[in-house]
Design a protein around this ligand. Structure first.
Ligand code: PMP
Length: 700
């Protein structure tokens, strides 16, 4: 030691005492001279090449003029006992790892300083840092492949292997510090700001976003809410240096990869040097943190918190354990961990989630033209032609809008224009949409929580249990003291609990309404397009012909598309001089998609398929009903089924979700399981559903 200090005095002109500092590769000493000034003496590992040390000195020289938080170099590189020795200034501060808690201000400041560093380094280069370096994040997969087998704990080993990551697009590269871990970041504990970033020993030409990812990996350690902490760092970072889209996407996978690499390297190094304590320093926390940031609870907790902050809170989330769905294909949905769910209730993806023909049709049209309906186009005419062909002849005029709500809203306007009246009859528990008028018209909403009851123009008829209940509507019409505008109902009420109306009921009601001068609106948003199997529309099952048909959900297979189809006479009454126009309604892309959905429904024979598989499913459910007392009734047709339980169905539905099958609840008592799968649902999907439901019910 004395010889080394003498050497320092000879070469750097500084007479000092020394204390050893902890370090991984180099030997570092804290030097204090007589005047109390402090320096760090860095004695490089014997195997370290001079050119790498030169690069480190070069970057410190370069940064000394650009950022205030890096060490400065004093003198040249010298040699001592076969080691290269350098002297740099000492930066005061406490390692970030020893600061508790990490305040939001500190984390933001860390981000800002890392952002300043990234910005400063964009114009720095040195040949020595274009190297194949084992700590380089860009080499992460190789490290995991090579060293993961050395990890003793099987569970940890499997997790580490899952952290391999290949960016989808090539990431921006530049020189990075490469090791902004929580011992290399120094903090001024009074100011709670970052006072230093030390040790450029891992400097490498790599992903620019790497410094941020590495810092986040260590910031995540021991945190209850790592994403919140990370958000502070990221916001500080981006206030200084912008992230590209692909960098944001890659950020968390790189954080995980970094922790995985750390575990791998530690496993390797511990095998090589079982007595080295430094190696173990951060391993405990890393081994605890990686599984936590890997699991979906972590991401989901974070998404939920952000959602609470950014979105209106009266938007509910399906399931007790929310799903983070990232991909769909036909009757399957996939979550962020690649788990597959059988979708048994999302009827919007009518012909299948992301049906390739529908996707292609939309994509093709999007590349060519997307504009409004005030220009001539064959597409909208072909679509209107094909759509009206699915309906009785009297329903011959189409209006295109963007949702079921807009379609119902327009239907009400058409009815009012035609009858010059306002009073409407609706069914108990019905839902027709989210606009002001439709909330007034939907007992499910205005009689539910937060509702203000029905306005005077809305009359609620009881949900029929037998054809005799038509009398209720007849009496109601007779007692009206204002003219009747019309009657609106789903021909198989869905929100009310997947109800099949008694035969003959709608016929009597439609006749009564027509006799009173009103119009009949069939809301086929849930039931149309072959879903019930026996018929293309649910009203056909009862042999009635509505005056206005409202379509939504399935017709765009997820693309926002709604349609109103009515008679020539009603359309003429509506044409009173005021133009009807919807900016997006009926645009070229929507029409291309709507047309393709309709074609696929026919090409793939989906109505017949729904009938056949629906019958198979019903048979399975009825068989289950024999054995499980909790089932009260099974009803519906095709792929529009309800399983009514004697108690609330939410527990069952949540347990089904845990087993990979997605269903929902309906009905005023939430005791009806709704089954309305995308139409490609198969017999074996049905078997899986019945078998899983059997398991779940047997536990109840
Ligand atoms: N009518 C019925 C029968 C519905 O079920 C819904 C939506 N659940 C709507 C209308 C409203 O459709 P949207 O949410 O597309 O506005």
């Amino acid at each position: 030691m004395d010889r080394l200090l003498q050497h320092v005095e000879d070469r750097f002109g500084i007479r000092a005492s020394a204390r050893k500092l902890p370090s991984e590769r180099d030997q570092n000493f804290l030097l204090s001279d007589d005047s109390g000034q402090r320096f760090v003496l860095k004695v490089a590992n014997a195997s370290e090449s001079r050119v790498i040390l030169e690069a480190q000195n070069a970057v410190m020289d370069y940064l000394s003029e650009r950022v205030p938080f890096c060490q400065r170099v004093i003198g040249e590189i010298v040699q001592f006992d076969g080691h290269y020795v350098r002297l740099v200034t000492y930066l005061p501060g406490v390692p970030l790892a020893e600061i508790n808690p990490h305040t939001p201000g500190l984390l933001h400041d860390l981000g800002q300083k890392l952002g300043q560093l990234s910005r400063a380094l964009t114009d720095f280069d040195h040949p020595a840092v274009h190297r194949d370096f084992h700590w380089d994040l860009a080499n992460g997969n190789r490290i995991v492949n090579e060293y993961a087998p050395l990890i003793e704990k099987a569970e940890l080993r499997e997790l580490v292997v899952k952290c391999r990551f290949e960016p989808e697009t090539e990431l921006r590269r530049s020189v990075i510090h490469g090791d902004a871990n929580d011992y290399n970041v120094l903090v001024d504990p009074e100011m709670m700001t970052v006072s230093g970033l030390i040790d450029f020993g891992d400097m490498v030409y790599s992903y620019t976003v790497g410094d941020l990812a590495i810092a986040l990996a260590y910031v995540a350690l021991d945190k209850d809410r790592p994403r919140d902490a990370a958000r502070e760092v990221i916001s500080g970072y981006t206030s200084e240096f912008g992230l590209l889209h692909e960098e944001r996407e890659a950020l968390w996978p790189l954080v995980r990869l970094r922790l995985a690499m750390s575990i791998c390297m530690a496993a390797y190094q511990q095998q090589q040097q079982p007595e080295n304590e430094y190696l173990a320093i951060s391993q405990k926390a890393i081994e605890k943190t990686l599984p936590r940031i890997y699991t979906d609870e972590y991401t989901i907790g974070d998404l939920m918190a952000t959602r609470q902050r950014l979105l209106g809170r009266n938007l509910s989330v399906a399931y007790e354990k929310p799903l983070h769905i990232v991909r769909g294909s036909m009757q399957y949905l996939y979550d962020d961990e690649g788990r597959r769910y059988l979708d048994a209730y999302n009827n919007v993806a009518h012909v299948g989630h992301c049906h390739p023909k529908v996707v292609a049709a939309g994509q093709r049209q999007m590349e060519r033209l997307n504009t409004n309906t005030r220009y001539l186009s064959e597409l909208i005419l072909e679509y209107a032609e094909k759509l009206t062909a699915t309906l009785p002849e009297s329903l011959s005029v189409c209006f295109f809008v963007n949702s079921g709500s807009e379609a119902n809203e327009l239907a009400i306007r058409l009815a009012r224009a035609h009858t010059k009246a306002r009073d409407m009859i609706v069914l108990e528990h019905a839902y027709h949409g989210n606009t002001t008028t439709l909330i007034d018209l939907s007992p499910y909403k205005h009689h539910g929580r937060g509702g203000e009851g029905a306005p005077a123009w809305v009359h609620t008829a009881r949900l029929p249990v037998s054809v005799a209940d038509a009398q209720h509507v007849i009496d109601m019409v007779q007692k009206l003291d204002a003219p009747l505008c019309g009657f609106i109902a789903e021909s198989m009420p869905s929100v009310a609990g997947q109800i099949v109306l008694p035969d003959g009921y709608l016929n009597q009601v439609y006749d009564t309404v027509h006799d009173a001068g009103g119009v009949c609106i069939a809301d086929e948003v849930q039931t149309g397009f072959g879903r019930i199997g026996t018929h293309f529309y649910a009203f056909e099952k009862y042999g009635v012909v509505p005056d206005i048909v409202v379509l939504g959900k399935p017709i765009g297979n997820g693309h926002p598309l709604g349609a109103v189809i009515t008679t020539r006479r009603i359309a003429e009454s509506f044409d009173n001089g005021m133009e009807f126009f919807s900016t997006f309604g009926g645009n070229n892309v929507s029409c291309a998609i709507g047309l393709k959905v309709l074609e696929v429904v026919y090409e793939e024979n989906l109505q017949a398929h729904a009938l056949k598989v629906g019958e198979h499913l019903l048979a399975g459910l009825h068989e289950l009903d024999q054995r499980r007392e909790v089932i009260r009734e099974i009803r519906g047709s095709g792929f529009f089924l309800g399983v009514e339980l004697v108690e609330e169905a939410s527990l069952v539905v949540n347990q089904m979700r845990q087993r990979g099958i997605l269903m929902g609840t309906e009905g005023p008592r939430h005791n009806v399981i709704k089954i309305r799968p995308p139409m490609p649902f198969t017999d074996s999907d049905a078997d899986q559903l019945v078998q899983t439901l059997d398991e779940v019910l047997s536990r109840g």
